[in-house]
Write a protein that binds this ligand. Structure first.
Ligand code: ZN
Length: 408
């Protein structure tokens, strides 16, 4: 039987679980040790540690303290792993906790983190998604049902001290260019609400004050939110510390490319069954700076899409130079306007783009002055035809149902 190395009790605060942490720091002790070739299971909280509830109010999304996130399970020490190695991680399987067969998708308030379209959706909203085996549907977003492309939003190895100091320095310098910005440019270390695993005493307090936040992806992987890094894929992580220190969390039942709603995908508590191996000296052998991965042999299959184009001209008509961020935002806004013609509210359409297996592509980055990004919306996730026809769109979604919304 496969060993479950880390268990989480969803009725217990993650702060009481010493095999969980929410900062990156090389002094956090390993929660457990394994040998190369071992396979094992890690259970995880959802990224908020149970803050978001299965109900019809978005107040919890509005009120979340973002200094608490993300709750990660680990770090796992791998015997013989040394700086410069590659840690090979097979994601053998991933699932929801059997006592928690649901997930959430939230839109953060602009005043509390925001999202990709925060200027258009500045208030907190959420949708609840129920799991039926490998499929999901939502009482807040009628007319769609799809298979999960289950993946960890966040997985990576511990930084060493020089890397931690580099992260903190470059992000602090960036924040200093516009310190009052809402939402902020980045999140500096914050000892408040830091959870440092098994570390205690003054060593803990020191590490909490300098531990890197878990929000961005960095050289080690981290919060990459790649939907295709799903169960069945194989990942190669750079190793910076003896034992590697692999941690994982922020499991997603499904997500569209870009995780545009920021809170984010369909967030869930669950478990990851993985196997680890080493490629000694693999970073130099393969010229690796950031992780690489191999895709899963099993993914939901969608053959038909309506594909929305976007260019780097913003909502005010201002020209931007080959800006993919602006172009993808226009593609998303174009898809939302289209879905509204079938009766969805803007927030429901936004939630579909954040949760369903939507593809985002960088289509062109050389044709000055406009970048072109495309958003691929699978037609088969809908219970009705969303193709454009001469007869025009039919309002399939009756009014009256919308995502719960919180006023600031
Ligand atoms: Zn997430």
């Amino acid at each position: 039987m496969t060993n479950t190395l880390i268990k989480v009790d969803l009725s217990q605060s993650p702060y009481e679980n010493e095999s969980v942490h929410n900062r990156w720091h090389p002094d956090i002790p390993m929660a457990a040790w394994v040998n190369p070739g071992d396979d094992f299971i890690l259970e995880t909280y959802d990224w908020t540690g149970g803050h978001i509830k299965n109900n019809d109010s978005a107040d919890d999304v509005r009120d979340i303290d973002l200094s608490t996130v993300h709750f990660l399970s680990g770090p796992i020490g791998v015997k013989g792993a040394e700086p410069g190695d590659l840690l090979v991680v097979d994601l053998l399987d991933i699932g929801a906790k059997p006592d928690s067969l649901w997930g959430f998708n939230g839109v953060f308030s602009k005043k509390n983190g925001g999202g990709f379209l925060t200027e258009h959706f500045p208030k907190a909203q959420k949708s609840i998604w129920d799991f039926h085996g490998m499929f999901t549907s939502s009482r807040h977003v009628p007319g769609v049902r799809f298979a999960g492309l289950i993946h960890p939003g966040l997985i990576g190895c511990m930084p060493d001290r020089p890397m931690l100091e580099m992260w903190n320095r470059r992000e602090q310098d960036f924040i200093a260019t516009d310190p009052g910005r809402v939402p902020p440019l980045a999140n500096p270390p914050s000892a408040k609400m830091a959870h440092m695993g098994k570390l205690h005493g003054t060593a803990r307090d020191q590490a909490a004050a300098e531990g890197a936040r878990t929000v961005p992806p960095r050289e080690h992987g981290g919060n990459c939110d790649i939907k295709d890094l799903s169960r069945g894929s194989k990942v190669y992580f750079p190793v910076y510390v003896d034992g590697a220190g692999l941690s994982v969390g922020d499991l997603h039942f499904s997500q569209g490319d870009g995780e545009i709603t920021f809170c984010g995908a369909i967030e869930m508590a669950g478990w990851v069954h993985m196997r680890v191996n080493l490629i000694k000296g693999g970073m130099a052998k393969y010229g690796i700076k950031n992780p690489i991965f191999k895709p899963s042999p099993i993914t939901p299959t969608y053959r038909d899409y309506v594909i929305f184009e976007g260019i780097s001209v913003d909502e005010e008509g201002k020209q931007h130079y080959l800006d993919v961020h602006v172009a993808y935002r226009q593609a998303c806004l174009n898809a939302i306007e289209y879905l509204k013609k079938f009766g969805y509210t803007g927030a429901q359409a936004y939630s579909i783009l954040g949760t369903a297996p939507v593809q985002g592509h960088i289509s062109g980055v050389v044709d000055i002055p406009n970048a072109c990004a495309t958003l691929w919306l699978p037609t088969e996730i809908f219970e009705f035809d969303i193709n454009p026809t001469a007869a025009g769109p039919i309002q399939h979604i009756a009014g009256g149902v919308d995502l719960p919304l919180s006023e600031d």
